[in-house]
Design a protein around this ligand. Structure first.
Ligand code: NDP
Length: 241
């Protein structure tokens, strides 16, 4: 897959899957526009690749829209930034529920709106990948707000796929299982919990960020020209019934 000449907006490009995606895109010719919260992550990314760096807190809708406009124009978009808080359903606080919805669901919508409006205005064709999770399909204990936020993102993906494809923009989701990133360390550092999850993954390992990035790049690419509205598991068979 060759992305030469393509300008690709990647949120959450500071760490984990977003960073792996940014590096892989750059290695395959793209100019990356990287959005994330921690400025030092963007500085270190800029030491590795020639990219545009935009610092933003995606929990803030006004700042998010301003950052989305600043990132334009983009040929392709990856909504990868995400966050989690571990709480049992009985303990989920309204504050954390709202935070996860703001970052995981509302921010991708805002960024995609500005990207797609610009694409439609200029009559260009493109693609969006929203990074969801197996948690959109499976109820994972202590992840109630996270599961809800990712299911909400999937609802957006499906509507976007129907509304935007006629305008030349394909929209797909990827659904990783546990992927070895800073977020996974936060959520899965308890060895007993991790073993329970690992036992349910037929390929016998957690995902690496590059496993997910490869699938994101495929869905962005022209090779996936007929793929639209897909929820693509990257889970080693975790969800096989
Ligand atoms: P990481 O925590 O490793 O990286 C997330 C990135 O998103 C960081 O650069 C982070 O910046 C950024 N980000 C988080 N919150 C905000 C915010 N409020 N404003 C701006 N940027 C923000 O996570 P992963 O790479 O693991 O996750 C990437 C995506 O993949 C997420 O959407 C996640 O839900 C999803 N996913 C991850 C799985 C996993 O096991 N790792 C499994 C399934 C899905 P900062 O560090 O500065 O906050």
């Amino acid at each position: 897959m060759d992305f030469t000449g393509k300008r690709v907006i990647v949120t959450g490009a500071g760490k984990g899957i977003g960073r792996a995606t940014a590096l892989m895109l750059a290695a395959r010719g793209a100019k990356v526009v990287a959005l994330t919260r921690t400025a030092s992550d963007l500085e270190s990314l800029q030491n590795e690749i020639d990219c545009v760096a935009i610092t933003v807190d995606l929990a803030d809708p006004v700042a998010t829209r301003a950052a989305a406009l600043k990132a334009l124009p983009g040929d392709l978009l990856v909504n990868c930034a995400g966050t989690t808080e571990l709480e049992s359903f009985l303990d989920v606080s309204v504050e954390n529920f709202d935070l996860l919805y703001a970052v995981n669901t509302r921010a991708p919508m805002i960024i995609a709106q500005e990207y797609a409006r610009d694409m439609v205005r200029s009559g260009r064709k493109g693609a969006i990948v929203n990074v969801s999770s197996v948690a959109a399909f499976v109820g994972i204990p202590d992840h109630a707000a996270y599961c809800a936020s990712k299911s909400g993102l999937d609802g957006l993906t499906r509507v976007m796929a129907k509304e935007l494809a006629p305008q030349g923009i394909r929209v797909n989701g990827v659904h990783p299982t546990v992927t070895l990133t800073p977020m996974a360390i936060k959520a899965w550092s308890d060895p007993q919990k991790a073993a329970g999850m690992l036992n349910r993954i037929p390929v016998g390992r957690f995902a690496d960020p590059d496993d997910v990035a490869e699938v994101i790049l495929f869905l962005l690419s022209d090779e996936a020209a007929m793929v639209n509205g897909l929820s693509m598991p990257v889970d080693g068979g975790y969800m096989v019934a």
